[in-house]
Design a protein around this ligand. Structure first.
Ligand code: NAD
Ligand code: MG
Length: 386
C-alpha cells in the first residue's frame, strides 16, 4: 500500500525537498493534495508531475490561472479557507506541514484533529499553539513527527531509550552568517548578507531567523512542546559545522547525537518513511574531509532573541505568540528594507513589553492574540517609508 500524502507549502524550500523524495520513490507515495500561497505556475507544475488530486492556492487572484493550468490534468484547483483545511485533513494519512509562519496554524490543527500523521516543519504553528496542539494530538490519536533537523535528531536520539533517563536536550545551532560579527556591524547588515547562510539553503524568513538566532529561540520553545522538558533542561550549543544536528544527554552520562550532512532531505526522509528508512540524494557524511567539529556557547548579548524566546517560554503565558507575531512582521519589514537588522529584536522586545497576553485556552484565542499584535506592530511599521 502506498502512503497517501499531502504537502502544505509545496512550492517552498521544505516542500520542494519533500517532492524530490516523493518523486524518487514513486512506488511508496501517492500525492493527494498540494498547496501554495501565490505561485500558480509552480503549484500546477508540481501537481501535474505528481498526479495530485487537489491543488489549493491561497491567493484568490491566482485561482483562475491555476484552474486553467490544471485543465485536463485530473487535478482539481481550489482556493479559500475550506479548501486549505480539506488539503490538510482530507484523504491523506500523512501531511507535510511546510507553510511558513502562523498562517500554517489552522491547517496543521485540522490535520491534528483529524488524527493524521503530521510531519511538522512549520515550527511557528507549534510555538504559538503549544500544548493546545500536543493535547489535541493526544486526544485525536495524531502523530507529530518533527522535521526541523534539531528536533528530528532528538527524536532519533530518544528512540528505544527510556524518557525517564533523559537529563537534558542539547540543541545545536550553526550561529548563522553573523556568528563572528560585532554587534555594531550586525546592526547595519543588509538583507543579502543576512540571507547568506553558511551551511543551509532555506526560505527567506527562516534564513533571517537564523541570522538573528530567533530560529534557535523558536526551536527551544518547539523542543519544550515536542518533548515535554522544562526550559532549564534544554541547552543551546553553537556548532558552526552543522554536522551534529542535536543531542540527548542521559542521567548515566551517555550523550547520544545524530549526525549528517546539512541537507533537509535527510530529516524529511526520516519523517516521510517513518518508521522505515528510504534513500536520499543527500551527500553522505565525510568526517575525514570535515576533520574538526567545534563548539561555542551562544552569545545572548549579540543575539538577544535567544534571551527573549527563553523568557517567553518561561513566562508560561501567551508571550510566545506575541514574540512570534512581532518577529514575523519585523523580519518582513527588514526584507523590505524598511528597518535595520538590529531593529528586529528591538521590535520583538517592545511588543512583548507592551502586550499582556494570557495563556490561550483555544486556537481562536491564539489567533486573536496573533492578529492584535500584527495590527499594533503593523501600524508602527507602516509609518516607516520603504
Ligand atoms: P518557504 O518560504 O521556502 O516556503 C513556504 C511555503 O509556504 C511556500 O510553499 C509558500 O507558498 C507557502 N506559504 C507562505 N505563506 C503562506 C500563507 N500565508 N498561507 C499559505 N501558504 C503560505 O519556507 P521554508 O523555508 O520551506 O520553511 C517552511 C517552514 O519550515 C517554516 O516554518 C520553517 O521555519 C520550517 N523549516 C524550514 C527549514 C528549511 O530548510 N527551509 C528547516 C527547518 C524548518
Ligand atoms: Mg532547525
Amino acid at each position: 500500500m502506498k502512503r497517501r500524502i499531502s504537502i502544505l507549502g509545496a512550492t517552498g524550500s521544505v516542500g520542494t525537498s519533500t517532492l524530490d523524495l516523493v518523486e524518487r520513490h514513486p512506488d511508496r507515495f501517492e500525492v493527494i493534495a498540494l498547496t501554495a500561497a501565490t505561485n500558480a505556475a509552480a503549484l500546477a507544475d508540481c501537481a501535474r508531475r505528481t498526479g495530485a488530486k487537489l491543488a489549493v492556492i491561497t491567493d484568490e487572484r491566482k485561482f483562475d490561472e491555476l484552474r486553467d493550468l490544471l485543465a485536463g490534468s485530473g487535478c482539481r484547483a481550489a482556493t479559500g479557507h475550506d479548501a486549505m483545511l480539506e488539503a490538510a485533513a482530507g484523504d491523506a494519512e500523512w501531511v507535510m506541514a511546510a507553510i511558513v509562519g502562523c498562517a500554517g496554524l489552522e491547517p496543521v490543527m485540522a490535520a491534528v484533529e483529524a488524527g493524521r500523521t503530521i510531519a511538522l516543519a512549520n515550527k511557528e504553528a507549534l510555538v504559538t499553539a503549544g500544548w493546545l496542539m500536543t493535547d489535541a494530538a493526544k486526544r485525536a490519536g495524531a502523530t507529530i513527527l518533527p522535521v526541523d533537523s534539531e528536533h528530528n535528531a532528538i527524536f532519533q536520539c530518544l528512540a528505544g531509550n527510556s524518557h525517564d533517563g533523559v537529563a537534558k536536550l542539547i540543541l545545536t545551532a550553526s550561529g548563522g552568517p553573523f556568528r563572528t560579527w560585532t554587534k555594531a556591524d550586525m546592526d547595519v547588515a543588509r538583507p543579502e548578507q543576512a540571507l547568506a547562510h553558511p551551511n543551509w539553503s532555506m526560505g527567506a524568513k527562516i534564513s533571517i531567523d537564523s541570522a538573528t538566532m530567533m530560529n534557535k529561540g523558536l526551536e527551544l520553545i518547539e523542543a519544550h512542546h515536542l518533548f515535554g522538558l522544562s526550559s532549564a533542561r534544554i541547552d543551546i550549543l553553537v556548532h558552526p559545522q552543522s554536522v551534529i544536528h542535536s543531542m540527548v544527554e542521559y542521567v548515566d552520562g551517555s550523550v547520544i547525537a545524530q549526525l549528517g550532512s546539512p541537507d533537509m532531505r535527510i530529516p524529511i526522509a526520516h519523517a516521510l518513511a517513518w518508521p522505515e528508512r528510504i534513500t536520499t540524494r543527500a551527500e553522505t557524511l565525510d568526517l575525514i574531509k570535515i576533520a574538526t567539529l567545534s563548539f561555542e556557547p551562544p552569545d545572548e548579548q549579540r543575539f538577544p532573541s535567544l534571551r527573549l524566546a527563553r523568557a517567553a517560554l518561561e513566562s508560561g503565558k501567551g508571550e510566545a505568540i506575541v514574540l512570534n507575531a512581532a518577529n514575523e512582521l519585523a523580519v518582513a519589514a527588514f526584507l523590505d528594507r524598511r528597518i535595520a537588522f538590529g531593529d528586529i529584536a528591538r521590535i520583538v522586545e517592545r511588543a512583548i513589553e507592551e502586550t499582556d497576553a494570557p495563556a490561550p485556552s483555544s486556537i481562536a484565542e491564539v489567533i486573536d492574540i496573533d492578529q492584535s499584535v500584527r495590527h499594533k506592530v503593523g501600524e508602527s511599521l507602516s509609518s516607516l517609508v520603504a
